[in-house]
Design a protein around this ligand. Structure first.
Ligand SMILES: NC(=O)c1ccc[n+]([C@@H]2O[C@H](COP(=O)([O-])OP(=O)(O)OC[C@H]3O[C@@H](n4cnc5c(N)ncnc54)[C@H](OP(=O)(O)O)[C@@H]3O)[C@@H](O)[C@H]2O)c1
Length: 238
């Protein structure tokens, strides 16, 4: 199904999976609104991506999800796709984990994701169509030592996604939960060890590979739903 002429909001679009989704959708003629905190990076992206706008700011601010959606409606005149992707990853053993960082992560990964999901689906209900993509993780249904809080945020995203899918079954509105394994992005930049070494993954995913799978879900015909999309490196034994 062609995505040409549609409009998408992508959160967490400065880097990693979100930026690569922006590139992949742009190649298919989708108009974009990009979110993230680093305004200078978003500005650079918008210089090279046609029909792309940005709004920089902390997605955990309660009004930010709504402002991103409003920008798409005001400037692109429509909103068909929301990629609810901004996320943080703060882990650690009990002795040294930073509880404030963990709670900040929960505000981004859960509270902001929930606000965005509900606002997006309310809009899709009003116009009678739309596709919400939530970036979860393989840790949305498994846990690892030291990563319980991060996994908990993704379990929450999985639960909301599944409930919305059930609520919206039979309507033209779709919800997809994306569940990547290890992807090489900036997400683990603060970790002491490189994640592919710490997790013993010989060949992790690249963000553009995950982006193409997300576009695959978005391009499915109206009658096909892709509620969950797990994407793992073949070398990851999680
Ligand atoms: N990498 C992996 O192995 C992996 C695996 C499974 C799932 N995921 C999920 O994939 C999603 C994207 O992560 P990524 O791997 O692509 O990492 P990334 O490159 O670090 O991207 C994270 C994005 O979230 C944005 N962000 C973080 N905190 C924010 C805040 N308070 N306000 C607004 N934007 C914020 C960042 O932008 P700014 O820094 O500019 O704010 C960035 O654009 C996340 O939800 C993550 O949990 C990643």
């Amino acid at each position: 199904m062609s995505l040409e002429g549609r409009a998408a909001v992508i959160t967490g679009a400065t880097s990693g999976i979100g930026f690569r989704v922006a590139c992949a959708l742009s190649r298919r003629g989708v108009k974009l609104v990009l979110g993230g905190r680093r305004a200078d990076v978003l500005e650079q992206h918008c210089e090279v991506l046609p029909d792309a706008l940005y709004l920089a700011g902390d997605i955990a601010e309660p009004d930010m999800p709504g402002r991103l959606l409003e920008l798409a409606l005001e400037r692109h005149g429509r909103l068909d796709i929301v990629v609810n992707n901004a996320g943080q990853n703060h882990n650690g053993p009990i002795e040294s984990v930073d509880v404030e960082q963990v709670c900040g992560m929960a505000r981004v990964n859960v509270e902001a994701a929930f606000r965005m999901a509900y606002l997006a689906v309310k809009h899709f209900r009003d116009v009678g169509r739309g596709h919400l993509v939530n970036t979860s993780s393989v840790l949305g249904f498994k846990v690892r030592p030291y990563a319980g809080a991060y996994a908990g945020t993704k379990y929450a995203v999985e639960a909301l996604s599944e409930a919305l899918r059930l609520e919206l079954a039979g309507t033209p509105i779709k919800v997809t939960c994306v569940e990547p394994g290890l992807v090489i992005t900036d997400l683990h930049r603060d970790h002491a060890d490189r994640p592919e070494v710490a997790q013993d993954v010989a060949e992790p995913l690249m963000p553009e590979e995950v982006a193409e799978m997300i576009v695959y879900a978005l391009e499915q015909p109206d009658h096909i739903a892709t509620p969950r999309l797990m994407i793992l490196p073949q070398s990851q034994s999680i």
